[in-house]
Design a protein around this ligand. Structure first.
Ligand code: NDP
Length: 278
């Protein structure tokens, strides 16, 4: 069975290592490659891969939104997120698109918090593709979401699609939380790409004071600038997004392999080690 991940850039992708680990664990034989695609060549590259026997594919930056427009069948959660990270061939040229990113994050938060309940207030900083795909899955497990983005228009647009999404400005984020506020976030998630460029976020340290968890969706290079800010402010627990990456991969794996869900706990240390500089 032949699988791949489409992206640009793609050389850094850990997906082949993760899927090989899952396959070894569940005694399944597969080949999983990286496919570099261009903006104009993405649709043809996907079509060719499935024409030549591809059994499934992942999609990463910058093609998730394009993939959602390309497929013949979209799952409801992928339709609402406007993004696809998993492609499943249905035969006769038909292709289904799903997104496992949001549920992947939820599963990682549940693992870190040792609870199925992700309740109470979650502050998400950022309003790009990653942020929008986690809103609904988080709301489904009891979270109330407050979203802050550098440019407020994106949050306003998301408020049209998702009920009960509260907005916060970057100016509010830079100032201490209002005194007496009983709705301090329990979890603060960095869903911006600021850490990729080594940039800190304009967040007042007091926002971390009552938080149980600071989570940076970016992985590797730990601590990220955001996690360093949170640790210096005394946050209880902090984590990067490697667990989310592995969980979303496990959910995609199950979609391709008759619902067989790999054990992610045993795979995580191997993937973390693969990230370490040699
Ligand atoms: P997008 O390009 O769609 O969105 C980027 C977001 O970051 C926007 O909200 C943008 O704000 C904001 N941003 C960028 N630079 C800054 C800055 N210097 N200060 C403040 N805000 C900034 O990216 P994605 O949503 O796809 O990815 C976001 C992050 O999530 C990345 O680090 C990515 O690696 C990670 N990710 C991790 C996954 C995992 O499995 N762990 C899965 C998917 C993504 P504005 O709108 O104002 O431009």
């Amino acid at each position: 069975m032949k699988f791949t991940v489409f992206g640009n850039p793609i050389a850094h992708s850990l997906s082949p290592i993760i899927h090989q680990q899952f396959a070894k664990q569940l005694r399944i034989e597969l080949e999983y490659t990286r496919s570099l695609a261009s903006k104009l060549g993405f649709a043809e590259a996907v079509a060719k891969f499935f024409r030549t026997g591809g059994a499934g594919a992942n999609v990463t930056v910058p093609f998730k939104a394009t993939a959602a427009k390309l497929v013949t069948h979209l799952t409801p959660r992928a339709a609402r997120a406007g993004a696809v990270n998993t492609l499943i061939p249905l035969g006769r040229g038909q292709l289904a698109g799903d997104t496992t990113d949001g549920e992947g994050l939820v599963r990682d938060l549940q693992r870190l918090l040792k609870s199925a309940d992700v309740c109470c207030e979650v502050l998400i900083i950022g309003a790009g593709g990653a942020a929008s795909s986690v809103i609904e899955p988080l709301q489904q497990v009891g979270a109330t979401i407050v979203m802050a983005n550098r440019s407020s228009a994106k949050v306003t647009a998301l408020q049209q699609d998702f009920g009960d999404l509260q907005a916060m400005s970057f100016a509010e984020l830079s100032a201490p939380p209002p005194t007496g506020s009983n709705s301090r976030p329990r979890i603060i998630i960095n869903a911006t790409s600021a850490s990729l460029t080594g940039t800190e976020l304009p967040i007042h340290p007091n926002w971390f004071a009552d938080s149980a968890l600071a989570y940076d969706m970016m992985y590797g290079r730990v601590p990220t600038p955001f996690l360093r800010q949170a640790q210096q402010a005394g946050v209880e627990q902090s984590a990067d997004g490697l667990g989310m990456l592995v969980e979303q991969a496990a959910l995609a794996f199950a979609l391709w392999h008759d619902g067989q869900l790999p054990n992610t706990e045993v795979v995580l240390p191997t993937i973390r080690a693969a990230l370490e500089p040699r």
